[in-house]
Write a protein that binds this ligand. Structure first.
Ligand code: SAH
Length: 350
């Protein structure tokens, strides 16, 4: 698919025409990753953050109550993920120096010693040594969104911590080399992001050969600088639910074997149907939130994250019912990346 074709889909507003896009994405999803929906338990382990990202509610200057889960609390969540039948636990946090290299390695080893869970980390831009250490400790996957392929926009919304620190793209390459399953992605509809930028994001997904792709709408947080500025691009892409589905569907077409979640940010825009529509339009993963309720509201990267009042057990049961009602099944096992397996097979054949 060419950039022009992508842009033309991103601009398409005719519902009947879009049905074709949804069908192509759903067919591709079925052919390449099948009918299984893998569940990943998400644990937001800390909302401390050293960075100044202009879009994010937990950025360093935010005057919010900060928390960092203890090793034992994280382990408890991992046990819960396993007991609910999930194959993966995802540890996500702000870029928190208090989550030291050795502490995370220790937690990873402890989870591995007790459960067969795959472990995904999403802890921001960490040093090559830390990333290598976590891989050695047994971490399987790493998520680091490049947020936007438009460099100028990226610089504006994501000031570097140090001038000489590796870029997110450098880190993604490094994660690949370390043998992680690598995930990246973008926000859709950042002020200043054009249709062309989104098409280039899709191109970059393809180039990076991603194993996982996460995307969601940009959701303005009132406490952040971007909320005030909101400088629009000449050809501004909207941060809409529809635009997010288009990006999801196109991501599936350009990276047919990737694991693609129907994200929480999407359910925030449509609590009733967002998750299911995402699954019907290219996604094959759901990440139920297992963060203890006492911390959950504090991990406010954007406002009004899909509110969950049910217990994790009720959520799991409800989710499973809905997935089965869609004619899909709950994925068994860890749900490793078909993209990575495909890659490794291809390399062996050479
Ligand atoms: N500190 C880690 C994890 C951040 S949270 C990191 O930076 O990688 C995970 C993702 O949430 C981010 O990568 C970003 O794409 C998304 N996010 C942050 N603020 C957001 C907002 N206001 N609206 C929508 N998505 C947001």
């Amino acid at each position: 698919m060419t950039i022009e074709e992508m842009i033309s889909w991103l601009r398409e507003d005719d519902e009947r025409a879009l049905e074709d896009l949804w069908r192509m994405a759903d067919d591709t999803r079925r052919r390449f990753v099948g009918g299984e929906v893998h569940l990943r338990g998400l644990v937001e382990v800390s909302n401390h953050c050293a960075r100044m990202c202009s879009y994010c509610g937990i950025r360093a200057p935010s005057r919010i109550q900060r928390y960092r889960m203890t090793r034992e609390e994280v382990l408890e969540c991992a046990r819960l993920a396993h007991s609910l039948g999930y194959g993966t636990v995802v540890l996500q946090a702000g870029e928190d120096p208090g989550l030291t290299g050795p502490l995370i390695s220790d937690i990873v080893r402890a989870i591995k010693a007790e459960t067969p869970l795959a472990i995904t980390l999403s802890l921001g831009e960490r040093t090559p040594d830390e990333l290598a250490g976590w891989r050695d400790a047994g971490a399987d996957r790493y998520l680091l969104r490049f947020e936007t392929s438009n460099e100028k926009l990226y610089q504006r919304i994501h000031p570097p911590s140090r001038q000489d620190s590796p870029s997110r793209l450098d880190l993604l390459a490094m994660l690949h080399d370390l043998g992680f399953e690598v995930g990246s992605g973008v926000m859709v509809g950042i002020p200043g992001q054009s249709y062309l930028d989104l098409a280039r994001d899709l191109e970059l997904f393809r180039e990076l050969d991603l194993h996982m792709i996460g995307l969601g709408p940009f959701l303005p947080h009132p406490g952040t600088p971007i909320f005030e500025e909101s400088e629009q691009a000449k050809d501004q892409a909207p941060a809409s639910e529809l635009m997010t589905y288009k990006m999801l569907a196109l991501a599936r077409l350009v990276c047919p074997r990737a694991n693609i979640p129907s994200t929480t940010a999407l359910s925030t825009l449509n609590l009733e149907k967002g998750r299911e529509l995402g699954l019907a339009r290219g996604a094959n993963i759901v990440m139920p939130n297992l963060t203890p309720t006492r911390y959950r509201a504090l991990y406010e990267i954007y406002p009004a994250k899909a509110a969950v009042r049910d217990t994790p057990e009720q959520c799991a049961a409800n989710l499973e019912k809905r997935i089965i009602a869609m004619g899909r099944t709950i994925g068994e096992g860890r749900g490793d990346s078909p993209a990575k397996l495909h890659h490794e097979k291809r390399e062996k054949n050479y």
